[in-house]
Ligand binder design. Sequence first.
Ligand code: DUC
Ligand code: ZN
Ligand code: ZN
Ligand code: ZN
Length: 474
Amino acid sequence: PEYDLAIRGGTVVTATDTIRADIGVRDGRIAAVADRLADAARTIDASGLLVLPGGIDSHVHIAQPSGPGIVMADDFASATRAAAAGGNTCVMPFALQPRGQSLRETALAYRALAEGQCHIDVAIHLIVSDPTPAVLGQELPAMIGAGFTSFKVFMTYDDLVLNDRQILDVFDVARREGARVMVHAEGYDAIRYMTERMERSGQTGPYGHALSRPQTVEREAAHRAISHAELVDLPIVIVHVSGGEAMEQIAWAQERGMKIHAETCPQYLTLTAEDMKGLGQDDPLAGSKYVCSPPVRDTASQEQIWSGIQRGVFDVVSSDHCPFRYDETGKRNPKGRTSFRWIPNGIPGIETRLPILFSEGVSKGRISLNRFVALSATNHAKLYGLYPRKGSIGPGFDADLTLWDPNRREVIRQEILHHGADYTPWEGFAVTGWPVMTIAGGSVIVEDGRILEEPGRGRVLDREIDRTKLSPRL
Ligand code: DUC
Ligand code: ZN
Ligand code: ZN
Ligand code: ZN
């Protein structure tokens, strides 16, 4: 037969087109997209289904060191298993540089952790926490050249925060070397001040987390990051934007022609700070299941973020999957009972990102199918150096595909998920639209929630710098 696999009769959706077509796969790549195809060794009937580029989640945390006594709930096997079940074929986690440790050592050790353990391909970002002269002068340029072409910097957290001069210095390296920088924009000193104020006033429960990090601290940091990016002349991505205030700063910069990209996440479209009050629950730490940073806001913020998605302020919707269990090693840890400041920040969402975005976005008529594909796959590939290998459907692309039933109704429940966390913040959340098959590199790896393979197929991808693509048209 001419093809290893043919997917027939589906509606093929890319960021720009929606067509009825068959897809022929050979040697793990898409060989043809056509009206009618020659013979294939295996045929999948996709009639009634959408055929989408596999989801790419460019912001996930896997097996990341998270502080004494706190264990991240997913390793590479479980995170990529859950991602695949949720319709994804590529995820991008972070190799976090502990202060005092070489960036090279960090990156290589993290890659070794991933090798052989993944169900789907991964590409690794760095987190730069210690921009010493050696890191700025040699290590960071070397690692960028070695395929770690993107990294994140933090404007808060004791162990990660960079000061303004350090941010300018790493931006400068990124500009010279052609790397993509993601910025966690929340102001460190303002958060510390507010945290102490909340603790003094007795607001120590999970909801205090929201009060300690109001939109003001995010808006200020976003503006500061934008200003630094303007000075250095570096396009940046401001990640996990939670509400209208930071978004307005980004829109303002974009209107002035600055290349500021923005990411948001399903939690900012569907959850609110009220969830952190744990109303009606016996356990005073129940609200900790929703603690993430920036915090989730309110329904007005959700609408603002939707309007930003519709206006094109946002390029990508990622999960910011950052899974901690609700047991004693996670959210409900003993120190967390004394103050919210000890509750680990982050929620699991790698498996539910696509269904929530599809249901709230496409099924509810807020965004088109094509925009869904752009926000969930194509733009991730373009921003982070995986395009035109991944992120769309056409000859030459990896055969990473998700068959999607746009009409299937599901209720999100922990018991149907595949992640390592012991809860989902979306327990009981009803969606319309669900992934029914995930195909990675031309192989069916998930069918109807069943994982068909042991981990090991997924590769760790090196990326190359293409300076002409640093500011892709999205
Ligand atoms: N930032 C993230 O990107 N993820 C989880 C926690 C955080 O602060
Ligand atoms: Zn962050
Ligand atoms: Zn953009
Ligand atoms: Zn994150």
